[in-house]
Design a protein around this ligand. Structure first.
Ligand code: OXD
Ligand code: MN
Length: 599
C-alpha cells in the first residue's frame, strides 16, 4: 500500500477518511487519481489488460473503448436506493428509507474485505467549475477502473480539485465497491446528514458514478434546500437569436422524452435561415442559484454525457453522433468484428458476425424461443463522452457564474390532454405544473399502454428528501426571486385518433422555444385557457414547415372534461405525498378546478 506520507494532500481529514475506508475494504494498493493524460493512459492499458474494456477501431473510433456490465447490472436499481437520514419523514413518501445506523452496519458487512486483491482508486472530483461558488467537491473511492475512466470524462478530476479543497472538511465522501455484484446485496445509500454516499455490489454507471445522480441530484437537492438553491434534473441550453443575443432555458422531462436530443438540437431549415443557433450547456443536471441581479443562474455540474445509445442517430441527434466519434466509452452496445460499435435505431445497417451486449454471436432478426426479437444492444446501453466534443457545446461551460435563465420548461409524454405548449399564470402555478408532471407510458416502452406515471419535476427517483418539502422549497424560493423566469409546459408527443404523432418534434421544437422566449420578454401572442396561456393562432413561426389544416388547433386544444379528470388524478397523487404538502399547491389545484368550471 502506498506510503501515506506520499499522498498528494496534506488534508488530515481526507487522509484519515481514506485510511479508515481502506481499513474496511482492505485493498492491496491505493492509487490517487491526478487527472493527467499520462495516468489516464496507464489506467486504460491496465483496464485493457484485465479485459475490463476493449479498445475500438482506432480509425473509426479514435480513443474509444467498449465495456460490458454484468447481465444483471444494467440500470439504476431504484428498489436498492435509499435515503438514510435520522427521521423517515425527512425522506418522505417517494423515497426508500433506512436509518443511517442500520444502513452503515449492513453495508459495512458488504464492504468488509471487498477490495482484497484489488486497487482502491481515490478520485477527487468537482461538480461544477473548480473553485466556482456553484461547485461542490467529492472524493470517490472505488475498486473499478471503469468507474475511474468514466469519472475522468464526466467530471473535473484530479490535483486541481485537491488544491481547491485545501484543508477543508467540505467534501462528499463517496465509497464504491463492485463487491460481488450480487443484486440482492446491492445498496445505493445516501447519508445527506453526513455528506456521504456508499454504493456496493454494482458496476452500472447510474449506481456507481457517484458524482452524477447520487451527489449532483440526491445529496445536492438536500444541500440546495438548506443553502437556498436548486439541484435539478434539467438540461440547460442557449438559444442564439437572429440578432446574436443568447437566451438560456432549463428543461425537465422524465426519462425517454428526448432531453439529450433537445439540449443539442439543430435548427430546422426554415428557422436556420433566420440565424438561430443552439448552445448546449448540459443535458441532464442543472444547479441553479439566485444571484444579486435578482435572476436565476445555472451551471451544469458535469462535463460529460452519459447518454442512451439506442435511438441516437444522425436524424434524431446529429450533434450527439459527432460527439461520440472519439474518446468515448460505449457500454452494452453491439461490438462488430472490425472493432466498431452498433445499436438499434442507430445510423448504419446492423453488422454481421458481431457480438451482442452479452458477448454472444448476434445477427439482426434473431428471435428467442418465444419468437421475440433479440436486440443486439441493451435498451439502456450507453455512451460516455466529453461535452467539449459536442459541436454545439457552449463556450460558457467554465464560467463560474453559469448562465442566466430566461425560462423554465417542464414536459411529459402525453398522448392526449397536454397541448404542445402552455405558459403558467404565475410562479406558484408553474410550481404546480412541475409538481403534477406526468408521462403516459407507451406499450413498446414500459408495459401498460396509456398508464400515466407522475414524475414531479422529473425528480421522482432523484429528490434526496421529502417531495412535499421540495415543492415548498420551490414556492419559498419564488418569494425571493425578484426577476422570476416564466414557467412553461411542453408536450411533443400528442397523437391523433389514429395514434399518429401530431407534431414532428426534434429540430422543429425550436419553433416552440422561439415562442417561449418571446413570451419571456413580454412579447408573443397568446390565448388564455383554464390551464394557462397557449400560443394564439399563427403565433408560432411555421416558416418551412407545412402542417395539415386543423393540426395546430388539435395540438393546442384544451379538453375541459379531460382536464377535470386530470385535476382528480393530481389530487390523488398529492394525497400520497403526506401531510407536508404545501397549501399553496392545494390552492392551485382548486383554482384550476374553478377555471375549468367557469368555461
Ligand atoms: C439518466 C436517467 O440516466 O435519468 O440520466 O436515468
Ligand atoms: Mn437523467
Amino acid at each position: 500500500m502506498a506510503n501515506k506520507n506520499q499522498w498528494p494532500t496534506t488534508n488530515r481529514i481526507l487522509k484519515n477518511w481514506v485510511e479508515e475506508m481502506s481499513a474496511l475494504c482492505l485493498p492491496d494498493d491505493i492509487v490517487w487519481i491526478d487527472g493527467s493524460d499520462e495516468q489516464r493512459d496507464v489506467l486504460r492499458e491496465e483496464a485493457c489488460r484485465v479485459a475490463e474494456i476493449i479498445p475500438l477501431n482506432p480509425e473509426r473510433h479514435p480513443g474509444c473503448y467498449y465495456h460490458r456490465t454484468d447481465p444483471l447490472d444494467v440500470a439504476r436499481t431504484e428498489d436498492k436506493t435509499f435515503i438514510c437520514c435520522q427521521k423517515q419523514a425527512d425522506a418522505g413518501a417517494t423515497n426508500n428509507w433506512k436509518h443511517p445506523e442500520e444502513a452503515y452496519t449492513e453495508a459495512a458487512g458488504f464492504f468488509h474485505c471487498a477490495m482484497r486483491g484489488r486497487t482502491m482508486y481515490v478520485v477527487p472530483f468537482s461538480m461544477g467549475p473548480v473553485g466556482s461558488p456553484f461547485g461542490k467537491i467529492g472524493v470517490e473511492l472505488t475498486d473499478s477502473i471503469y468507474v475511474v475512466l468514466n469519472m475522468l470524462i464526466m467530471c473535473r478530476v484530479g490535483k486541481e480539485v485537491l488544491d481547491t479543497l485545501g484543508q477543508s472538511n467540505d467534501f462528499t465522501r463517496c465509497l464504491h465497491s463492485k463487491g460481488t455484484l450480487d443484486p440482492d446485496k446491492r445498496r445505493i445509500l445516501h447519508f445527506p446528514e453526513d455528506n456521504t454516499i456508499w454504493s456496493v455490489n454494482s458496476g452500472y454507471g447510474g449506481n456507481v458514478l457517484l458524482g452524477k445522480k447520487c451527489l449532483a441530484l440526491r445529496i445536492a437537492s438536500w444541500m440546495g434546500r438548506q443553502e437556498g438553491w436548486f439541484a435539478e434534473h434539467m438540461l440547460i441550453m442557449g438559444v442564439e437569436e437572429p440578432n446574436g443575443h443568447i437566451e438560456y432555458v432549463v428543461a425537465a422531462f422524465p426519462s425517454a422524452c428526448g432531453k439529450t436530443n433537445l439540449a443539442m438540437l439543430l435548427p430546422p431549415e426554415g428557422l436556420k435561415s433566420k440565424g438561430y443557433r443552439i448552445w448546449t450547456v448540459g443535458d441532464d443536471i442543472a444547479w441553479i442559484r439566485l444571484d444579486t441581479d435578482g435572476r436565476l443562474w445555472a451551471v451544469n455540474p458535469e462535463v460529460g454525457f452519459f447518454g442512451v445509445a439506442p435511438g441516437t442517430n444522425s436524424k434524431t441527434n446529429p450533434n450527439a453522433m459527432a460527439t461520440v466519434r472519439a474518446n468515448t466509452i460505449f457500454t452494452n452496445v453491439v461490438l462488430a468484428k472490425d472493432g466498431t460499435v452498433w445499436w438499434e435505431e442507430g445510423d448504419d445497417e446492423p453488422p454481421t458476425g458481431a457480438l451482442d451486449w452479452l458477448g454472444r454471436l448476434w445477427r439482426a432478426g434473431m428471435t428467442d424461443d418465444k419468437g421475440k426479437p433479440i436486440t443486439g444492444a441493451h435498451a439502456n446501453s450507453r455512451f460516455t463522452a466529453p461535452i467539449r466534443q459536442c459541436p454545439s457545446a457552449s463556450f460558457r461551460m467554465e464560467h463560474h457564474h453559469g448562465v442566466p435563465i430566461s425560462a423554465i420548461i417542464f414536459g411529459g409524454r402525453r398522448n392526449t390532454l397536454a397541448p404542445l405548449v402552455y405558459e403558467s399564470f404565475s410562479w406558484n402555478h408553474g410550481v404546480f405544473v412541475g409538481a403534477s408532471m406526468a408521462s403516459e407510458l407507451t406499450k413498446a416502452q414500459y408495459g401498460k399502454h396509456g398508464e400515466v406515471r407522475r414524475d414531479p419535476f422529473a425528480m421522482l427517483p432523484f429528490c434526496g428528501y421529502n417531495m412535499a418539502d421540495y415543492f415548498k422549497h420551490w414556492i419559498n424560493m419564488g418569494r425571493i426571486i425578484r426577476r422570476q423566469p416564466k414557467i412553461f409546459h411542453v408536450n411533443w408527443f400528442r397523437r391523433d385518433k389514429d395514434n399518429n404523432f401530431l407534431w414532428p418534434g426534434y429540430g422543429e421544437n425550436l419553433r416552440v422555444l422561439e415562442w417561449i422566449l418571446q413570451r419571456s420578454r413580454g412579447e408573443g401572442e397568446a390565448v388564455e385557457t383554464p390551464i394557462g396561456y397557449v400560443p394564439a393562432a399563427d403565433a408560432l413561426d411555421m416558416i418551412g414547415l407545412e402542417l395539415k389544416p386543423g393540426i395546430m388547433e388539435e395540438l393546442l386544444k384544451v379538453d375541459l372534461d379531460a382536464w377535470g379528470n386530470e385535476a382528480d388524478e393530481i389530487e390523488r397523487f398529492f394525497n400520497t405525498l403526506g401531510t407536508r404538502m404545501p397549501w399553496e399547491l392545494r390552492n392551485e389545484l382548486e383554482a384550476l378546478r374553478r377555471r375549468l368550471e367557469q368555461k
